[in-house]
Design a protein around this ligand. Structure first.
Ligand SMILES: Cc1cc2nc3c(=O)[nH]c(=O)nc-3n(C[C@H](O)[C@H](O)[C@H](O)COP(=O)(O)OP(=O)(O)OC[C@H]3O[C@@H](n4cnc5c(N)ncnc54)[C@H](O)[C@@H]3O)c2cc1C
Length: 608
């Protein structure tokens, strides 16, 4: 069945549309949700980018699933690795779902036509990736399904083609800027739709809907050195936050070990999965010292820290001794050209280094947001530790289920977007079948109109790019791989100053058509909000766990901190002092038990 287009009407200059399900975001999570929702409900996808430009298309290395096509494997091992990789902050029931449904998720994609790499006997081939092991950590296992080093590209194209086949309605280059909510008689939040800004015309659109799915991706642009696309500014996370809904575990950000030095452009961990080795200035394979069993394939948080430590202790390579080297030379030209062609080209193009004959300078790059909009295992958004917001869903990098805990394993995100994107779409359509439309408030676009006009007519002196650069430099300097009370306090001080400067901005372009100047100002607003919560929650967590490393609290402290952070907005989100508008609370971690009532994955020391 083809999803129907609905008529829109224009009232007071605003376009009104009505759909059963509105999905915000056309990356892997959004389109996987649309494929579930489309056949059963009138479905619209709103996306600020053309769908095939979403960041999922940049994903390189692979998607995990214990298919056991090339080596013995099981979903229990996959769950164990995910929980341990996440430094035990993972909700274990969610990780079990992720690992179990991985197999079906890969087969779904295969049936949709995804051209995976194959073994000689025609099965989907699998490669090694960091932290994925056999028999609870004994040795690396081949679990990542891949299509050369363009796995995300293939996933995105495949999902898009299937959406086109189903006749899903896409609203491309529409920026969702507000979630329409109303309070019911009991004071509970109800969802009525989304307000979006159309880039081509500057018009506002109200999408009245029964269910809304957020699938807006990550927010790596709070940092300067990042693998993330320019567009990953955390809009969905920011919108939900400004509506007074909580955010979970945002202090946990992943720094991927192998960004091109000085640039942050990613070289997939699949390179190390194929056998590449990290070396310091003297050529030493230093990961042997830190993770004797799985060495270069330890989880990313560990490898990233070891790299920075090598550099800090004077063993860095290059004229300034400020990077380490990824050595692929022993893999041979054929492996590089066939299994890792894109990253081979990236090294040649951006650094002028040919990985076939010389090692590539690398350093950690901000890569992935473990935290985000809290959901339960059905992708339903939570208003606190338990209460579901009816009709509101989130999936993909913007969501926190939490399957990644304090550190995500490589290849578990392409998996996450497929498993929980599917769940979000399926549950949204089920909800829409029985729910009524919540009546729209009077002038639902008022808030967005005021924000947009405020920016367009601002007569200040500050440039958006200057404020953004200062924010990103500050985050790189003080909230990256290593953090302390002092550096995080420094970040918060800088953000307070930047908030003041943000009140005094101007944008050059006052027009309506394709006003990207104006939208960059809007995006900077989200970046400031999110960076502040990251730093505030990070300062409050006085322990080291996963991607959050506190030099002043080096140990993981399970007694005090084996719990998720929940951040709540309690005042004007734009006030300068975070104490005035952020309240931090906690949420228990879910542990699973076996038949005898014993913990299945007890928190152990994390050795590799
Ligand atoms: C370079 C790179 C390589 C990676 N490699 C791997 C890998 O090999 N394996 C793996 O598992 N993971 C990998 N990851 C991580 C993984 O790709 C992402 O976490 C995942 O693809 C995110 O998917 P998503 O659907 O949540 O978001 P995205 O694909 O980022 O899509 C976000 C969507 O939201 C839309 N959007 C955002 N804001 C708005 C708004 N205001 N209004 C309307 N629309 C909006 C955008 O238009 C876009 O369509 C990689 C990431 C990067 C950056």
């Amino acid at each position: 069945m083809t999803s129907q287009t609905t008529e829109s009407v224009v009232r007071d200059g605003v376009h009104y549309h009505q759909y059963d399900v509105v999905i915000v975001g056309a990356g892997g999570a959004g389109m996987r949700a649309a494929i579930e929702a489309g056949p059963g409900a009138r479905t619209a996808v709103i996306t600020k980018l053309y769908p095939t430009r979403s960041h999922t298309g940049a994903a390189q290395g692979g998607m995990a699933a214990a298919l056991a096509n090339v080596e013995e494997d099981s979903w229990e091992w996959h769950t164990f690795d995910t929980v341990k990789g996440g430094d035990y902050l993972v909700d274990q029931d969610a990780a079990e779902i992720l690992a179990k449904e991985a197999i079906e998720a890969v087969i779904d994609l295969e049936n949709m036509g995804l051209p995976f790499n194959r073994t000689p006997d025609g099965k989907i081939d699998q490669r090694r990736f960091g932290g994925h092991t056999a028999e609870h950590g004994k040795a690396p296992v081949r679990r990542a399904c891949y299509a050369a080093d363009r796995t995300g590209h293939m996933i995105l194209q495949t999902l898009y083609q299937n959406c086109v086949k189903l006749g899903i309605n896409f609203f491309n280059e529409f920026y969702a800027l507000d979630l329409i909510t109303v309070k019911d008689a009991a004071g509970k939040t109800q969802v009525a739709g989304v307000v979006a800004y159309e880039l081509a015309t500057g018009d506002l659109h109200v999408f009245h809907s029964k269910a809304v799915v957020f699938a807006t991706g990550g927010f790596g642009k709070i940092f300067k050195t990042t693998s993330n696309a320019h567009t990953l500014t955390g809009d969905g996370v920011g919108i939900v936050w400004r509506k007074g809904l909580p955010l979970e575990d945002v202090e946990f950000f992943q720094f991927h070990p192998t960004g091109l030095a000085g640039l942050g452009i990613l070289l997939t961990e699949g390179a190390r999965g194929e056998g590449a080795i990290l070396r310091n200035a003297s050529g030493e394979r230093f990961m042997e010292r830190y993770a004797p069993t799985i060495k270069d394939l330890a989880p990313r948080d560990i490898v990233a820290r070891c790299m920075v430590q090598e550099v800090r202790e004077g063993r860095g390579a290059g004229p300034n001794k400020d990077y380490v080297l990824l050595d692929c030379t022993h893999l041979g030209a054929e492996v590089l050209e066939t299994k890792l062609p894109d990253i081979t080209e990236f090294a040649r193009t951006y650094l002028g280094v040919d990985p076939v004959v010389e090692p590539v300078p690398v350093m950690p790059t901000a890569h992935y947001a473990m935290g985000g909009i809290p959901t339960n295992n059905d992708a339903e958004v939570l208003a606190d530790n338990e209460t579901v917001v009816p009709g509101l869903y989130a999936a993909g990098e913007c969501a926190c289920v939490s399957v990644h805990g304090a550190n995500r394993l490589g290849t578990n995100s392409l998996l996450d977007i497929n498993v929980f994107g599917k769940r979000a779409g399926r549950n949204a359509v089920e909800y829409a079948k029985s729910a009524d439309f919540v009546p729209l408030p009077e002038d639902p676009a008022a808030g967005v109109r005021e924000m947009i006009e405020g920016i367009r007519n601002a007569r200040g002196t500050e440039r958006i790019a200057d404020i953004r650069k200062k924010l990103q430099d500050e985050m790189d300097a003080n909230a990256q791989v290593f953090r302390t009370e002092e550096t995080l306090t420094d970040v918060l001080g800088t953000i307070a100053e930047l908030r003041e400067r943000f009140k005094n901005i101007y944008v050059d372009d006052k027009g309506k058509r394709y006003n990207t100047d104006l939208l960059e100002a809007v995006e900077l607003g989200f970046l400031l909000d999110i960076a502040e919560i990251v730093a505030y929650a990070a300062r409050n967590r006085r322990e080291s766990r996963g991607g959050h490393m506190r030099e002043d609290y080096l140990e993981r402290d399970d007694e005090k901190y084996m719990k998720h952070t929940m951040a709540y907005l309690t005042g004007d989100p734009h006030s300068s002092n975070p104490e005035d508008h952020i309240k931090l609370d906690w949420k228990p971690v879910v542990f699973t038990k076996d038949d005898k009532g014993e913990l299945k994955y007890p928190p152990l020391e994390r050795k590799y």
